[in-house]
Write a protein that binds this ligand. Structure first.
Ligand code: NAP
Length: 386
């Protein structure tokens, strides 16, 4: 199969042609077929093809010449194994369907706290209905959306958008394919003896179901999950940085999700390192415990609870301390070319993770500063930190 990719910003008005084998009934099934659809329908076509056992040979924008090259190829990817699922590739990841000048107006369907008694701060799970858009505002796991809070800034200008990592899978929490969810912490800091509340995070944490919100995007291709069902996935998250990981883990281990995705029945290993200040601040804990119970061979979960646990030096336990404790094993995972590492959350964790990986690599006679760029180039090292 050859996949021709479009430019990073895929325009929703473009038509895409998919060349598919073993799809359809009777004679059709034996022949190669070309199906041309608008971008908004491409993803659902891919899912239908996968469901019916079709094999995609080429995807391209505009007309596709199946004998030679796709009509508008920008770049071709290496051919996957024949068993590779017809899952989302970078070519079909939706980007910028809605822009700040013309945002989608979504409706809040739910807003609840993710914290338990004794937690620090405020972290909420907020969902929006996306139905009715043309094109439909759809997305894949690992992307972000923009929120434009109501009101004006200090200069009387409308607020600018803030990006949030999406915490739901492409199917949404209710699996109905038209919602998106976010995991938002209310930003609060002290300035001149006064507590300042973040504009957008406060707007979101306070919002009521039924309210209408300006949404842009989706954006981002850095944190996409590989379509390989046998991949190994190491996730390093601090606080709300768990958002994309929550989406990956649902896609991998939630029973409803698995039933929705016959082309993605995760069989690899997933290892989540989660950093939180207190036990009461752990996010999505019940779901994670369920995945541990249901998929003990596939899911591993390591916590660093900074204000309740101590590291070996007597300081706060951070995820880099957990990485160091497990360095040898993490490294043996990374040596497997099927392993991807995802890091999301506080930018401050990056130097600590690098330090831990440097020590682990050195123990194997390797140099982490040389290895990391190679992993990045192979699209196996994914970082999104703020
Ligand atoms: P938080 O609850 O304040 O912190 C999470 C944990 O990280 C706490 O245990 C904290 O420990 C620990 N921590 C603090 N400094 C650290 C360091 N240098 N290295 C490792 N761990 C450290 O987290 P949050 O408020 O949810 O913040 C998450 C951050 O992620 C925000 O900055 C947010 O903007 C960002 N974020 C980024 C993305 C993205 O890039 N896509 C998505 C979501 C969130 P102590 O507080 O006890 O020291």
């Amino acid at each position: 199969m050859r996949v021709s990719t479009g430019k990073a910003t895929v325009s929703d008005s473009r038509m895409f042609t998919v060349v598919v084998e073993s799809f359809g009934v009777g004679r059709q099934r034996r022949a190669e077929r070309q199906l041309t659809v608008p971008f908004a329908q491409l993803q659902s076509l891919m899912q239908t093809i996968a469901l019916k056992g079709g094999r995609i040979r080429v995807i391209g924008s505009g007309e596709v010449n199946t004998r030679v090259e796709a009509a508008a190829p920008i770049k071709s990817e290496t051919a996957p194994q024949p068993s590779a699922p017809a899952a989302v590739t970078h070519a079909v990841v939706p980007v910028n369907l809605y822009k700040p000048k013309n945002p989608f107006i979504g409706t809040v369907t739910g807003n609840y706290s993710l914290l338990t008694d004794g937690a620090i701060g405020r972290v909420n799970h907020i969902s929006f209905d996306l139905s009715g858009g043309d094109p439909l505002l759809h997305y894949v796991e690992g992307q972000s959306i923009g929120i434009i809070p109501d009101g004006n800034d200090a200069n009387g200008k409308p607020h600018k958008l803030r990006l949030y990592s999406i915490a739901s899978t492409r199917h949404g929490d209710d699996l109905a394919d038209h919602t998106v969810s976010l995991c938002v912490r209310q930003l609060q800091y002290e300035k001149d003896g006064e507590t300042i509340n973040g504009v957008c995070s406060t707007f979101l944490c306070d919002i009521e179901p039924g309210a209408q919100v300006k949404i842009t995007g989706p954006v981002g291709k850095e944190m996409l999950l590989p379509p390989d069902e046998d991949a190994n996935v190491i996730m390093l998250a601090t606080g709300t940085g768990i958002a994309p990981m929550r989406a990956y883990l649902r896609r991998m281990f939630d029973h409803g999700e698995r039933a929705k995705n016959p082309e993605y029945q995760f069989r690899g290993k997933a290892w989540l390192f989660m950093g939180a200040p207190k036990t009461a601040n752990l996010l999505y804990e019940d779901d994670l415990q369920q995945y541990l119970a249901d998929f003990p061979e596939n899911f591993r979960y390591t916590k660093a609870i900074s204000r309740e646990q101590e590291n070996a030096k007597g300081g706060r336990m951070y995820i880099q301390d957990r990485v160091l404790e497990n360095a040898e094993e993490i490294f043996s995972w990374i040596e497997n070319p099927k392993t991807h590492v995802y890091m999301c959350g506080l930018r401050g964790m990056e130097p600590g993770i690098d330090e831990a990986m440097t020590a682990a690599a050195a123990a194997k006679g390797l140099t982490w500063s040389e290895l990391r760029p190679q992993l990045k180039k192979a699209e196996r090292w994914h970082v999104e930190t703020y």
